[in-house]
Design a binder for this molecule. Sequence first.
Ligand code: GAR
Length: 211
Amino acid sequence: MKIAVLASGRGSNLRAIVEAIDRGACAAEVVAVVSDKADAAALDFANERGIATAVVLPKAYADRPAWDAALAETVASYSPGLVVLAGFMRIVGASMIARFAHRIVNVHPALLPSFPGAHGARDAIAKGVRISGCTVHLVDAGVDTGPILAQAAVPVLPGDDEGSLQSRIQRCEHALLPRVIDLIARGEITLGDRPTFASEAAAAATVMLAG
Ligand code: GAR
């Protein structure tokens, strides 16, 4: 399955996907890495690995719908079967959702529906929850609201700050996101308004309890 990875930052999830592919644990091919930021480290990693890259800068467009339409065109030019938001810190709009209906997944650093938005780990610490984690979900028109595909739970430990919790959560993301992509690629998860699992084993593989 061809995937396009959209990333704004460090790209550790991109790296985890590529490494899982390399060791035969993820039946996908990264055909492009697309960013909204020209200096995203994820682009450097893609270049090192010979993966095609593109940058679609919001400031180059009149408004958000125009940027979103350009993003959709760019991503579509690589003909991906799945679009993976891996630390993409902008909300995709109507053009992306329409073009890739039920074919965009996002990884979020909290157990949705708790703590949506840009600061999942920070918000979990502020609220004093004892368990957090990450969620892989389908993207719909809302913010972190689409159907949930997979979740991993981690403890929130005394003395944690945003950084330490984010690191613990990211270790789970690096395991869970490539696994979900693999399950989709192998037809073990069927995407739609209500995603379905081909077997109990596939469903069980999408839940992780760490720590
Ligand atoms: C990840 O932890 C991801 O969950 C988060 O950004 C980080 C990107 O890390 N995404 C969001 O907060 C989206 N709301 P990475 O660039 O090292 O993969």
